[in-house]
Ligand binder design. Sequence first.
Ligand code: BF8
Length: 627
Amino acid sequence: MKVTMKEMAQKRSIDRTAQVVIAKGLKEGVETAWERLEAQQPQCGYGQLGLCCTNCNMGPCRIDPFGEEPQKGVCGATADTIVARNLVRMLATGAAAHSDHGREVLEVLYETAKGRTQGYQITDVEKLKNLATEYDVSDQDKSDEALAEELALKILEEYGTVKNNLQFVQRAPEKRQTLWKSIGILPRSVDREIVETMHRVHMGVDQDYINILTHGLRTALSDGWGGSMMATEASDILFGTPKPFASTVNLAVLKEDMVNIVLHGHNPVLSEMVVKAASEDDAIQKAKAAGAGGINLAGMCCTGNELLMRRGIPIAGNMLCQELAIITGAVEAMVVDYQCIFPAVVDVANCYHTTVISTAAKARFPGATHMEFQPENAMDNARAIVAKAIENFPKRDRNRVCIPDGPAKWMAGFSVEALLDALGGTVNPLIEAIKSKQIRGVAGIVGCNNPRVQHDSAHVNIMERLIANNVLVVGTGCAMIAAGKAGLMVPEAAEKAGDGLRAVCQSLGVPPVLHMGSCVDCSRILVLVAALAKTLGVDMSDLPVVGSAPEWYSEKAVSIGSYFVASGVPVHLGLPPRILGSNAVTTLLTQGLQDVVGATFFVEIDPVKAADKIIAIIDEKRKALGI
Ligand code: BF8
């Protein structure tokens, strides 16, 4: 039976607007991630099991999982060693990505305090002062700038500190900190744990899978309670701590008569300046002179989340929408910094008039127009980027434009501070709602899209089942964009929630799925969970709280999942990590860690079964707490 393009599009995504554009791409013969995934079949079986070792030049070695005698690599590494090393290597890359992003925001904060940047300012003075107190930096007789300079330097030093502990770790309940110390996974500095991971995976260093994975947890903690938390806090000081905003989401946020600029990537230091530049009169006049009605900015992935959380800028889509945005034929420029940007966006852009503008010195895309972004000339750089996009508008082929109808409404901006505001200043009302069973528990749904899963379907199915069963969903990243597109992030979505959760949402005027930001903002979830535990006088592992990454693809997700588990929060994965080639590693991560950190990973591909398992864990935790 012949499958129509519409059917194929429906099979690939549940996002109605994505389906329209996927069908357009198929008709126009534009290759996307789905075609490339198909072309990769069958994917390497050794790789999928984690059994291929490319760490040294005696290899590559691969271990036959069905071999009669246990096989070894040329150096003698076993399947357990190879699988564990491969996994922590992924984890370290993810932790490095988050933490390096954090370092860049802190550098901009530092340079801004010194008066050496263009267009930035200290926006959240209250947060600056609170953090200064946390870091024991006195604000007496100091200007905001002097305080920010001292604080930024003190936090930056923690990337390589020799004092052997990270300040933000103290935000965790004492019991948890004591546990981390006792098992030797208290993170000592941000860079050190990542560097040590890379040392350990070199041939002839750490061969013991338990030792390797234990250090993996330490490295992940240096991300969650280190680099990512620093990124979140420094971004809040510079650009403001998020407050609830109403906005719109999906590919329909692109506008036919406007210069469309898609801001894609992760770090807000660039995109915030583009927002400023695009709102200047001069830019708007130039856009009008080019024949457009004005300039329309749309976010993509976590840059989108950063701008949504603080400015209410609409989002065009999550990870699998990046090529689709270009295929609408209506995007003048896709401005990228780093992380989660397909190299293929350049090829897709070549099929249209779109210019891909790369901006980061550390992330060049062959074929893209590189306009390097420097904080000291940030506004000039941003203005030039906007001008480049405007130049492109007359080149648009109107006959090839197809923007789907109907942007979805959503509400975002739930920083911990905003949540506390809504709750009257403390987490007590949330705890009371949990105790009284109005809220059964809390699920943190995070992470990516992956073309191996029908786009957004696992996210949305899990979330719908959880809220129907009175589980409050909080989350970050592409998962939240999926929820927004599916209509789960408006206060009216409380209708889909169970009686208890519905009543809580209605009394607070909030949706049953709360958007807490970009992926580095998973640190906000840690802070929230820690606050719940501290108020209740228990450890984080005692709470009816579960994490989930239903459609994960990224190395950053490996780090996020690991720091949640190390923090005592059980984590569901919708796709198995590449560990199944070692029974020992699989057993440790899915069972053994329970006795070590009080949480494990579990894999469940079916979203309904996954939601039911999450609910079962929540119920067990409630029982143990006697609530
Ligand atoms: O850091 S959720 S696809 S965009 S990795 Fe990437 Fe995954 Fe999206 Fe944000 Ni996070």
